[in-house]
Design a protein around this ligand. Structure first.
Ligand code: CTP
Length: 418
């Protein structure tokens, strides 16, 4: 029998006072089924929603609630002593604030400050609270310190409002826990060239043609590869995203500039990840001045094709592994297969770009992975950063040839398409 993904891992599950606390019961069961040894910490507000006995029975351990009244004189030190990971789910707005500020006036706060292991937080709150600048600032602070704060999901909320604030789906939380525990430097020795974001093709000095790409998927790919030990160079179109740690970034504007930068660094790379939404057309004669309204005489804008960067680089290819991203609005599998062949790729990640769940701009994405050889793999909706790890697993397994130990773990939300 294969070993469970979390076998023997000591996890501290902190439950705080949100209506989503009831979902932590199912989460606890899944963690235990996955082999984890779970200790539960509850705040007084959390116990208003779910009785500690429920967690006690399912974890097989006493639930820790108070800083001073429990059996151990220093429960915060005891519980974090040999913990592999701390998972806070649900994390309320108050909990995010307390942890960002390092306030240690109760058991949760002291556990957080005493912890020396990775921390994953799954927020849940009303949309107006999630959107509040204070909550946004605390979330940013926590993320800057390396804590994985997942994005809440959009949908109907307990308040009756519709919006972002639901506890992330259980499979996404479990995936985050596994990914955080499995961080290893299995991409050490690879030199990864990543392109990301949109391109901008000028019409005149102030106007341009662009597309809706946010760059989030490409930045997630760069971050994942760097965390797993690769040297990473990111060639980025215009975005407002911060450069991920340990990644070298070169900023470009047009498709031509992106091509020049990628071409100049191509011989250095072992893997090319073309996440960028490269503009396919540009105005033939852009003006260097701002064109005045009255200067336009009704002439249509004349466009010409930009270079197909992947195709151009594939002519210079030697040892490189090529990963492409397709944006498709229909017939995802058939169009994807055609692109995989035409662009001579080792792996194509096919994104759907229609509807509110479009790959463009969203925090999460749902894709089909089409390897050059082997069956297509459908990956369930995941936060982009977790999806990036899944894509790297597949590249390593199917294109580089050394199966990642992570990819041998059973993944939820993955289905091979025949
Ligand atoms: N790509 C590229 N150069 C271009 C356009 C796209 O290198 N001028 C790359 C993208 O970065 C992506 C892949 O090709 O990895 C597929 O991009 P996509 O926009 O889906 O397809 P296109 O080649 O533009 O084809 P179409 O517009 O017909 O869908």
């Amino acid at each position: 029998m294969s070993e469970k993904a979390l076998q023997g891992k000591r996890i501290v599950l902190c439950v705080t006072g949100s209506i989503a606390a009831y979902k932590a019961v199912s989460l606890l069961r899944s963690l235990v089924e996955d082999g984890a040894e779970v200790s539960v910490v509850m705040t007084p507000s959390a116990t208003q929603f779910v009785a500690p006995l429920t967690f006690e029975v399912l974890s097989g351990r006493p639930v820790l609630q108070r800083l001073f009244a429990d059996t151990h004189p220093m429960p915060h030190l005891k519980v974090t002593e040999d913990a592999a990971l701390i998972l806070v789910a649900p994390a309320t707005a108050n909990c995010l604030a307390k942890c960002a500020l390092g306030l240690a006036d109760d058991l949760l706060g002291t556990v957080f400050v005493a912890a020396r292991c990775p921390i994953v937080m799954a927020p849940a709150m009303d949309v107006e609270m999630w959107d509040h600048p204070a909550v946004a600032a605390h979330t940013r602070t926590l993320r800057e310190r390396g804590i994985m704060v997942l994005e809440p999901e959009e949908g109907p909320l307990a308040s009756g409002l519709l919006g972002k604030g639901r506890l992330p789906a259980e499979h996404a939380i479990l995936e985050a826990v596994r990914a955080r525990l499995a961080v290893q430097r299995d991409w050490a020795g690879q030199r990864v060239l990543v392109s990301a974001g949109p391109t901008r093709e000028p019409i005149d000095a102030v106007r341009f043609i662009t597309n809706a790409s946010s760059g989030k998927m490409g930045y997630a790919m760069a971050d994942a590869a760097a965390q797993r030990g690769a040297e990473v160079l990111l060639v980025s179109g215009p975005t407002t995203l911060p450069c991920p740690p340990n990644v070298m970034r070169v900023s470009v504007t047009t498709a031509e500039e992106m091509y020049q930068e990628l071409e100049a660094r191509f011989s250095w790379a072992t893997v090319l990840v073309m996440t960028a939404a490269v503009g396919d057309f540009r105005p033939r004669n852009p003006s260097s001045e701002k064109v005045k309204k009255h200067q336009w005489d009704g002439e249509p804008l004349e466009l010409e094709r930009t270079p197909d960067i992947l195709q151009a680089l594939s002519r210079k290819r030697t040892h490189h592994v090529f990963v492409g991203f397709a944006a498709e609005s229909e017939d995802l599998l058939a169009n994807g297969r055609k692109k995989l062949r035409q662009k001579d790729l080792d792996l194509l990640v096919v994104n759907g770009i229609t509807g509110p769940q479009s790959a463009f701009g969203n925090e999460t994405n749902e894709v089909i992975l089409l390897p050059r050889h082997g069956t297509p793999i459908e990956v369930e909706r995941l936060p982009k950063r977790l999806l990036a790890d899944r894509i790297l697993d597949t590249v390593q397994e199917q294109c580089i040839g050394s199966p990642s130990s992570r990819s041998q773990q059973p993944h939820e939300g993955i289905r091979r398409i025949q």
